[in-house]
Design a protein around this ligand. Structure first.
Ligand SMILES: *Cc1c(COP(=O)(O)O)cnc(C)c1O
Length: 295
């Protein structure tokens, strides 16, 4: 079995008056097109993790997530595609929703656990699968050094250079991968992370721990809209406008917040005329299914 996907992730320009007026150019890297389900950064983060599992002859992927986790769903789909058995350990009481429905359809076995036990994932893994020699631990969100290696390959796919690259941040693995990719390629591109959780400055420690070389980058911590998966009318109306004027779906948990930040910063003259900005569409559009009532 070979762990690979042939995929298409073009860069496309977003034409929008706000950017034209300031002489800025906004582009978007369409990692959402990598796969309908194993989309965006989740495929990049899983690629070397799955290869590592295979090299250790592990046939059972065990991972963790909330009930709307894009990572759980991507792992379920990847497991089915590449012939692994999969278990998802889900935080919180037993529920069903569109994400978990798809996980089950892909054959993932779901175990629900209380929020207290969920904090110690290695302990849960040992409790359930300590005696299963085939079981392979994948951390929540695919957070790992191997994950950053997969993400860093994104930079090598770019045909042009950009002054700024933006990505939404959850665990910070994707941010670290992009920053490593930039420094490996010796580019002067500046990285901007948009934490989707409150008090996102804490991510700096997690990101720095993954960096091959120390780097300067920005975390724009004012675009969490109240916290993880929280929204407000301004964000929802931004997403409606963005999607209806570009034809690109974005979700309110990750990519909507990142793009909102770029538009807001552009409006506040944060960039220099002539700057080229690349937004990474990290996928995750199925997250919309858990947010239907907000629209
Ligand atoms: C999981 C996810 C992220 C966060 O990635 P991290 O590597 O955990 O920071 C960003 N965008 C989307 C769409 C995601 O699903």
């Amino acid at each position: 079995m070979q762990i690979d996907l042939e995929f298409y992730s073009p860069v496309q320009q977003i034409h929008e008056k706000l950017f034209d007026e300031q002489g800025l150019k906004l582009f978007i890297k369409r990692d959402d097109l990598i796969d309908p389900i194993i989309s965006g950064n989740k495929w990049r983060k899983l690629k070397y993790v799955l290869r590592d599992a295979l090299s250790q002859n592990k046939t059972h992927l065990v991972t963790f997530g909330g009930a709307y986790s894009n990572h759980l769903l991507a792992t379920a789909a990847a497991a089915a595609k590449f012939g692994f058995k999969a278990t998802g350990i889900v935080r919180g009481e037993v529920v069903n929703n569109d994400t978990l429905f798809l996980c089950r359809l892909y054959g993932m076995n779901l175990l629900f656990t209380d929020r207290e036990s969920y904090r110690d994932k290695p302990a849960l893994f040992t409790q359930y699968f300590g005696n299963d020699a085939d079981a392979y631990f994948i951390d929540e969100g695919g957070a790992s050094v191997l994950g950053t290696q997969g993400v860093s390959e994104l930079i090598g796919e770019l045909a042009e250079t950009y002054d700024h690259i933006f990505s939404a941040c959850g665990t910070g693995t994707t941010a670290a991968g992009i920053i490593n990719g930039i420094s490996d390629a010796k580019l002067s591109t500046y990285f901007h992370g948009v934490p989707v959780l409150k008090n996102g400055e804490f991510l700096r420690t997690d990101i720095d721990a993954y960096l091959n070389n120390p780097a300067e980058y920005d975390l724009h911590t004012d675009y969490h809209f109240g916290g993880y998966a929280k929204t407000n009318e301004a964000l929802i109306s931004f997403i409606k406008n963005f999607t209806s004027s570009t034809g690109i779906l974005v979700d309110p948990v990750y990519t909507g917040k990142m793009l909102y930040a770029i538009y807001d910063l552009a409006g506040k003259n944060h960039f220099k005329p002539g700057d080229k900005i690349l937004a990474v569409h990290t996928g995750g559009i199925w997250g919309l299914l858990g947010m239907k009532e907000k629209f």
